[in-house]
Design a protein around this ligand. Structure first.
Ligand SMILES: [Zn+2]
Length: 420
């Protein structure tokens, strides 16, 4: 009986899951304006109706449990309502349009804090100590080792990052860094599709040619996005025009997401993914492509870009964990953390504008884990297979991609040295 219930939940859940992925893709790629709150509601009702009706042991059971816990919080009507108000293309409707960043930050801050409280409260009702604990548990990442990893990342890279900030006159924006565009130099006749095909050829994925559409679109709020509409057969990439090294890296980062899903050989619930797996696969392929395709000066520039962005992500992650501990002290914590970059924090109130605090909370750390795993994977493959690059592809497919969510990221990366 419990197996039958699990199977019927799996089928119903995946139906909604793929529908959500499709609507989100169409919102980004075609400006379709699907109301995601409707799917939130359907998903919440579905998971609620199956909650506590079955319990499975083994990996499938773990994955079901993680999915249900996450959805019961993220699709909850109170969370859905606040998150949808804060969605970038709706902010002006709810909070007014013609404001300075500071004014907008002041207007949205109560909702950002309310959303944090709601997520925390719902997580506690499910038996987790906090929302942070719920997310990390479902991502299969331990808080203590994660904090240690972020601190270690800063110890290794912060002083170089501070030098680079001065050399390239980098400034802090609410959700990223500006001034990165001057780093590196891309050929004016660079062709994204040609370059991807050349890369696939080398790494032994030539059969993927023509299977992953690449759509180029100037999206002001999205630098790159991968639509996973069905695994493995409908994966699409959206990118802006690739005219800087930063955007080149984004292209191959998105290709990393896409390739991992396109080479997943599982079915059912194991075709879904955790965020930490998804971002790590993106970082791994980005790093391998840089190594294989870029000339030496651009490889050096790519390393500089990764140091700057990785450092910003590590600082943002540490700030975020401190913020969840003490939300009433947000501005002071923001200054304390972001000052470490050696940049003057002009206005700490803008912390509330960073979408990683409300649309993708407890997520930014994934890039740092990804960066570390990418370094280790690159070293490992180089040592094992040298320049026999098709063996790199084989290895990635069999160790990282093929069994999807059947194994955790920690298990998959044990061979190169797990990072958390
Ligand atoms: Zn990504």
């Amino acid at each position: 009986m419990k197996h039958r219930l699990a199977e019927s939940f799996e089928a119903a859940y995946l139906k909604h899951f793929w529908k959500f992925q499709r609507c989100q893709w169409e919102n980004y790629a075609d400006d379709a304006q699907h109301a995601l709150s409707v799917i939130d509601k359907e998903m919440f009702e579905l998971v609620t109706s199956y909650r506590d009706t079955f319990e499975l042991s083994g990996r499938r059971g773990e994955v079901f449990k993680a999915i249900m816990a996450r959805e019961l919080v993220e699709r909850h009507p109170d969370v859905s309502r606040l998150r949808n108000r804060l969605d970038l293309d709706k902010q002006s409707r709810y909070y007014g349009g013609e404001f300075s960043e500071r004014d907008l930050a002041r207007r949205i801050k109560p909702d950002v804090l309310e959303l944090m409280r709601t997520r925390n409260h719902l997580s506690q009702k499910l038996g987790f100590p906090s929302y942070v604990a719920l997310v990390l548990s479902t991502e299969e990442v331990e808080l203590e080792s994660l904090i240690a990893l972020l601190e270690q990342h800063l110890q290794d890279h912060l002083s170089t990052a501070r030098t680079l900030v001065r050399t390239h006159q980098i400034t802090l924006t609410t959700s990223w860094l500006s001034g990165l565009d001057t780093i590196g130099c891309l050929d004016s006749d660079f062709s994204p599709i040609g370059s991807i095909e050349q890369f696939w050829q080398r790494i032994g994925f030539a059969h993927l040619k023509g299977t992953i559409p690449l759509i180029s679109q100037e999206q002001p709020t999205v630098s790159g996005y991968v639509g996973v509409l069905s695994v493995p057969d409908d994966v699409r990439i959206l990118v802006r025009s690739v005219d800087t090294l930063g955007r080149w890296l984004t292209l191959f980062h998105e290709l990393g997401h896409a390739t991992a899903h396109a080479l997943n050989e599982e079915n059912g619930i194991f075709t879904t993914w955790t965020s930490v797996y998804d971002e790590t696969m993106a970082e791994v392929l980005e790093s391998i492509a840089s190594f294989m395709l870029l000339d030496e000066p651009n490889q050096q520039s790519a390393r500089e870009l990764k140091i700057l962005t990785g450092t910003r992500c590590a600082i943002s992650g540490l700030f975020e964990f401190a913020l969840w501990e003490n939300p009433s002290d947000a501005e002071r914590l923001y200054v304390e953390h972001f000052n470490r970059l050696g940049l003057e924090v002009q206005d700490p109130e803008v912390w509330a504008l960073d979408t990683f605090r409300y649309l993708d909370p407890i997520y930014i750390f994934n890039y740092v884990i990804g960066h570390q795993v990418a370094d280790r994977t690159l070293k490992f493959l180089n040592k094992e297979y040298g320049d026999e690059f098709s063996k790199w592809g084989d290895w990635l497919k069999h160790n990282y991609y093929a069994d999807g969510r059947r194994r955790s990221l920690r298990e998959k990366t044990a061979i190169v040295g797990s990072v958390v």
